[in-house]
Design a protein around this ligand. Structure first.
Ligand SMILES: Cc1ncc(COP(=O)(O)O)c(C=O)c1O
Length: 306
């Protein structure tokens, strides 16, 4: 991604003009909140998936950090739509971000103005090769941020220093992605995805009280699973339960539904780590929903023309 338009504080500017000052508070102290949203092609035209829910989470993330974004939910939704339209992409990933700007240095962000930016780019394959073989994961030596340390309902830039440490550790060790545990040793999430396991026909994911982000893809999968009569449980998952799960997959806006084939060098399931039946079923159902082929979930889609 090197060209196109970026929405910055109310107007669309050229890609190269979307610059920030080096003394931006968010850069020094991690005082920013952001979203990841996807735009999909459907028969009726391009749509943004769960736009209102993403904007709501962005505003709520800001509220946790006393950050008034200065734009209403409706204005932000419109700005996101305008950014995608301006970049002329049928399918893309959209990244709204709000951050404390510059003016007064020091840990307290409050004297600085909040800026909001929205960019869009093509983000096709997130973990290469995972669709067929299943991703290779390791349990990170880095503990997931504790809700007593950081507010995990805020999708804040600061949380991603923890994610980046875990992701880099995994990549350097030859894995695709990391799974992190909480201070009780229970599974929380991957560096940028929620985690699901399938055991004896039941779909299971850790509760957000584990410290996991209330993922919008996670919520979509749970809703779709329930609608399709799949047994579902939200409960804590221990590390060793990952190893003996029948299936494991990750969910997230960037990753969508990613099958997991291996964790800590243990093959998942009975088929050499290849994607399991329920993972394939949920992935197909999710894809039908985001591409507008499932009438029941049309309210999750916002047409770009609207
Ligand atoms: C740490 C973390 N957990 C979970 C998710 C999945 O959330 P969503 O499905 O809303 O993209 C993300 C992605 O943003 C994430 O960064």
């Amino acid at each position: 991604m090197t060209d196109g338009k970026i929405w910055l504080n109310g107007s669309l500017v050229e890609y190269d003009d979307a610059k920030i000052h080096v003394l931006t508070h968010g850069l020094h102290y991690g005082t920013g909140v952001f979203e990841g949203i996807r735009c999909y092609k459907t028969e009726d035209g391009s749509v943004i998936f769960r736009l209102q829910d993403h904007v709501k989470r962005l505003i709520e993330s800001g509220r946790i950090y006393f950050m008034d974004l200065g734009f209403s939910a409706r204005e932000l939704e419109r700005a996101i739509i305008d950014t995608v339209i301006a970049n002329k992409m049928e399918e893309c990933y959209v990244r709204p971000i709000a951050y404390y700007g510059y003016g007064k240095m020091g840990v307290n962000p409050m004297p600085n103005k909040v800026s909001v930016a929205i960019a869009a780019w093509k983000w096709d394959e997130y973990i290469k090769g995972a669709e067929e073989k299943g991703a290779r994961l390791m349990v990170s030596s880095w503990m997931r941020l504790d809700p007593r340390t950081m507010p995990m309902h805020a999708k804040s830039t600061a949380n991603y220093a923890n994610s980046a440490l875990a992701r880099v550790e995994a990549i350097k060790a030859g894995f695709d992605e990391a799974i992190m545990l909480n201070s009780s040793g229970m599974v929380v999430e991957a560096s940028a995805e929620n985690v699901f396991i399938v055991k004896d026909g039941t779909l299971i994911t850790p509760p957000t009280s584990s410290g996991a982000l209330a993922g919008i893809t996670r919520d979509s999968i749970i809703t779709i699973a329930k609608q399709n009569g799949i047994n579902f449980l939200e409960r804590n998952i221990s590390r060793d339960e990952l190893y003996i799960a029948d299936e494991v997959f990750l969910s997230g806006t960037a990753a969508e539904v990613k099958p997991v084939g291996e964790i800590d060098n243990r093959t998942i399931g009975q088929d050499g780590g290849r994607p399991g039946k329920m993972t394939k079923q949920l992935k197909a159902l999710f894809e039908a929903v985001v591409h507008g082929r499932d009438q029941k979930f049309k309210t999750w889609l916002t047409l770009l023309k609207s």
